[in-house]
Design a protein around this ligand. Sequence first.
Ligand SMILES: CCCCCCCC(=O)SCCNC(=O)CCNC(=O)[C@H](O)C(C)(C)COP(=O)(O)OP(=O)(O)OC[C@H]1O[C@@H](n2cnc3c(N)ncnc32)[C@H](O)[C@@H]1OP(=O)(O)O
Length: 159
Amino acid sequence: MSQQPIQNFYKDDVAICYGCGKHNADGLHIKTFWDGEIGRSTFTPRPEHTAFPGFVYGGLIASLIDCHSIGTAIAAAYDAAGRAPGTDPEITCVTGNLNVSYLKPTPMGVELVLEARIKEMGERKIVVTCSVYAQDVETVRAETVAVRVPSRMFKKEAD
Ligand SMILES: CCCCCCCC(=O)SCCNC(=O)CCNC(=O)[C@H](O)C(C)(C)COP(=O)(O)OP(=O)(O)OC[C@H]1O[C@@H](n2cnc3c(N)ncnc32)[C@H](O)[C@@H]1OP(=O)(O)O
């Protein structure tokens, strides 16, 4: 298991994502730990993340899956290239598609555990599956298409 989350290696100028950017003070600060096979993340929803009494808002869960799956894709892509995370040239991805199945209501008040795996590693397209567990019960399952893009895509035109 990597000691540092992949998000720690994102360049400062792009690390402002609402889901996972370390420089977004109001963000969720999702962290992905890749062990070479599985990307793991944990998150405990806060009261404002409620959908209906006692249960987590699905959009929040989709956000967790989104950034965690993209982080898993990026970490796995460095791994597949035999490179240390964060080394140049930078590997970056965006979400092309996010398909979420809510299997059961997800309870508030417990830590959620996310496990993501690589289903397909292409040159540009990386397909990631992700399950969300609450107290060992799988409540959500998703498949994400991460698409590798040049890091200049993240720069503002004025820069
Ligand atoms: C580093 C910090 C990152 C934090 C990111 C957090 C996650 C996010 O919120 S990202 C923001 C939301 N996503 C976006 O804004 C992306 C907007 N879309 C785009 O920019 C483009 O449509 C993009 C990059 C997805 C695809 O670009 P494009 O040049 O058209 O790709 P293209 O060359 O056609 O396809 C490349 C591969 O991806 C696949 N693909 C592209 N788009 C999709 C899609 N929407 N669904 C499924 N597969 C797709 C293609 O089939 C192709 O696969 P293969 O290589 O096997 O043939």
